[in-house]
Design a protein around this ligand. Structure first.
Ligand SMILES: [Fe+2]
Ligand SMILES: [Fe+2]
Length: 296
């Protein structure tokens, strides 16, 4: 076995051991029957898309809380969409590999984690009593295209984009005492299990970027910058604004141009963008596309 494969196996074994020790079953580990708490946020206010905009200043406290309920539900709904794509990409990754390797066994363990997460997010949306928010029709189709034609390094780049942005947001959410117990429980479970997924994807992406053919790297730079745009704009469905009685176009424009929101998005992706720079994903003509995602 060459050095790359040895380190790949070593990582997988470590992650398998950590998974055996520290995994959750959200169906039994969370109290789904407990009533939602009066006067608590469903998501930290500073992380809401309209926070600190001129529109926010005109909203009542009740309306702000309602926004937090719908934005939490949008993140959960869109989370299921992301994870459905990630599960497919990961399964595709294993197709050519040795099924007895630790690397494949860990990929399957991760898919099992994601199955539980997606069920948890779907259950949360039901509990929050909101519509199941979906990406726009265009992004839904782009997701289908990306998960079908994505390269292997592209798959791990997309995976990290979805995971690390949400990870940063969720790390601020689970310790927040102003927030609903259910939200805190969901985000805590997700942060703990995703830390392993992030580790796996980062190490694999680094290996892929060293060994993939040139055309694949070039294609990955452009396609993952495009994926970054789709992911960033899909997190909050404009329909959440409609649900709380705001003009969805006007509110979406407020969020899009909000300096606070822009800073939150950039912050959430900061560590990941540094890593992408380091492994050579943000080069040449792709840089402009990365910038337009609002993450760089
Ligand atoms: Fe997940
Ligand atoms: Fe994950």
């Amino acid at each position: 076995m060459d050095a790359g494969l040895i380190s790949r196996e070593r990582t997988a074994e470590r992650l398998l051991a950590a998974s055996a020790k520290h995994s959750f079953d959200p169906d039994t580990d969370l109290d789904w029957d407990a009533p939602l708490e009066e006067g608590k946020w469903f998501w930290p206010p500073e992380l809401l898309s309209l926070y600190d905009t001129p529109l926010w200043k005109h909203m009542s406290e009740e309306q702000r809380m309602e926004l937090s309920r719908h934005e939490a539900a949008s993140l959960c709904s869109i989370g299921v969409w992301f994870e459905t794509i990630l599960m497919q990409l990961l399964l595709r990754h294993t197709y050519d590999l040795d099924p007895t390797s630790g690397h494949v066994r860990y990929a399957l363990t991760e898919i099992a984690d994601e199955c539980r997460h997606s069920k948890m997010f779907a259950r949360a949306v039901t509990k929050l009593g909101t519509p199941a928010y979906r990406p726009s029709r265009l992004d839904h189709q782009l997701g289908r295209l990306i998960k079908t034609i994505s390269t292997t390094p592209g798959s791990f780049t997309g995976t990290l984009l979805a995971k690390e942005i949400l990870d940063w947001i969720q790390r601020l959410t689970f310790p927040d005492e102003r927030v609903q117990t259910l939200t805190r429980g969901i985000t805590r479970i997700h942060v703990v299990e995703e830390a392993r997924h992030i580790r796996y994807a980062r190490e694999e992406l680094r290996r892929q970027m060293e060994t993939a053919p040139r055309w694949e790297i070039e294609f990955t730079r452009l396609s993952s910058a495009q994926a970054a745009r789709v992911i960033a704009r899909s997190l909050i469905s404009p329909k959440v604004y409609e649900s709380i009685g705001l003009d969805p176009r006007y509110a979406a424009e407020m969020a899009r141009t909000s300096p606070h929101r822009r800073e939150v998005m950039r912050q959430s992706a900061k560590r990941l963008m540094d890593f992408f720079e380091e492994v050579g994903l943000i080069r040449g003509p792709s840089r402009k596309l990365w910038r337009s995602s609002g993450l760089l």
